[in-house]
Design a protein around this ligand. Structure first.
Ligand SMILES: [Zn+2]
Length: 307
C-alpha cells in the first residue's frame, strides 16, 4: 500500500496514541488541535477498516446495519460512528472489543449510545474494569455487556461473525474476530506488523503462548484470508498469512535471544539496550518505549519468573 501524507499523519497519531493514555489524548485543547486524520478502507464483502488514532477499527456494513471492532479514542470514535451511520442507515448494531487497552476501548463510550451491545472476552472485561478502577475513570468508561469465554458466534445480515479465544498473548484477554464469509480476521494487538509489540505482562501476557496462538491462527485460516493488525509500520495493517507467520518468527527469535542471554548470564539491563534483532532489522519502534530491548526484557522476565 503506498504511503500517502494522510496515512503518514495517522501513523504518527497512532504511534503517539500507543504511548499516551486516553487522559492525555483527551486533554488536547480542542481549539488548538487539527481534526485527526482518518480514513475508511474497504477490504471485502462489506468489511473494512477505519484508520485514525490508536488500534485499527474493523467494521462490517451490510443490509442489516453495521458492526465495529474496537473503538480507538473518543475523538476518532466519533468520526467512525458518524461514518458508519452514513454507510448503514439501519444503524450500528454492536461493538466488539479485541482487548481492554485504552487505544482500543477509549471510544467505547462514544459507541455506547449508538450500539445495542458491546461484546468482549470475559478476561478483557475483567482487565478493563480493573484498570479503570485503578485510574478512577470508571464513570467515563463504557464496558462490555456481553461476554464469552471460549467461542462466540452471531449472524448479522448475510455475514457470520465468529469470536475465538486462543489463550494468553498480548494480554490474557485477546479475542480474534472472523468475518467468515468475507474471510477477514481482526487480530487486535495479537498482530503487530513489522513493529515491536507492546506486551502487557501485568495483564497476563505470555510471549511463549503468543507464539502458540499465532501457530493456531495460521492453521485456522487460508492463504486468501485478510488479517487486520492492531498496529503496523507505516500503517500497513492490512496483512496476509505471511505477516502472521513473520510476526510469529519475530517473537520466536526474541524468545530464543533472551534464552541464550539468560544461559550466558547476560543481565536484563544489557538486553534492554538492544536496538535491533538479527534477521528482523526492518522492525520499527512505534514509540520510544516499544523497542527491541523492551520486548527482550519482557522475554527475560518471563523466562526467569519464579513459578
Ligand atoms: Zn494493546
Amino acid at each position: 500500500m503506498p504511503v500517502t501524507r494522510r496515512m503518514f499523519l495517522s501513523t504518527s497519531a497512532s504511534a503517539l496514541a500507543l504511548g499516551l493514555g486516553p487522559a492525555r489524548a483527551f486533554a488536547q485543547p480542542a481549539a488548538a488541535a487539527a481534526p485527526p486524520a482518518t480514513s475508511f478502507v474497504e477490504l471485502r464483502r462489506g468489511v473494512g477498516m477505519f484508520l485514525g488514532s490508536g488500534g485499527t477499527i474493523g467494521y462490517l456494513v451490510n443490509g442489516a446495519g453495521a458492526a465495529a471492532i474496537d473503538s480507538q479514542f473518543a475523538n476518532t470514535a466519533a468520526i467512525a460512528v458518524t461514518g458508519l451511520r452514513q454507510r448503514a442507515p439501519q444503524g450500528i448494531e454492536m461493538l466488539l472489543n479485541t482487548h481492554h487497552h485504552g487505544d482500543h476501548t477509549g471510544g467505547n463510550q462514544v459507541f455506547r449510545g449508538a450500539v445495542k451491545r458491546i461484546v468482549a472476552h470475559a478476561n478483557c472485561l475483567e482487565w478493563h474494569r480493573k484498570t479503570a478502577a485503578a485510574a478512577k475513570s470508571e464513570a467515563q468508561t463504557s464496558f462490555a455487556d456481553t461476554t464469552f469465554s471460549g467461542e462466540w458466534k452471531t449472524s448479522f445480515g448475510d455475514e457470520t461473525i465468529q469470536a475465538r479465544y486462543y489463550g494468553a498473548g498480548h494480554t490474557s484477554g485477546d479475542a480474534v474476530y472472523h468475518f467468515e464469509k468475507a474471510d477477514v480476521v481482526h487480530m487486535g494487538d495479537l498482530l503487530f506488523n513489522r513493529a515491536h509489540p507492546n506486551i502487557d505482562r501485568p495483564a497476563g501476557a505470555s510471549v511463549s503462548n503468543w507464539i502458540v496462538v499465532l501457530d493456531k491462527v495460521a492453521r485456522a485460516h487460508g492463504n486468501d484470508t485478510i488479517f487486520i493488525a492492531g498496529h503496523g509500520k507505516d500503517n500497513a495493517v492490512r496483512c496476509g498469512k505471511a505477516e502472521v507467520t513473520h510476526f510469529r518468527g519475530y517473537l520466536a527469535a526474541c524468545m530464543d535471544t533472551a534464552k541464550k542471554a539468560v544461559a550466558a548470564g547476560t543481565s536484563k539491563d544489557d538486553l534492554l539496550t538492544t536496538t535491533a534483532l538479527p534477521g528482523f532489522e526492518d522492525t520499527i519502534a512505534l514509540n520510544a518505549r516499544l523497542t527491541a530491548g523492551f520486548v527482550l526484557g519482557v522475554c527475560f522476565d518471563e523466562l526467569t519468573e519464579k513459578k
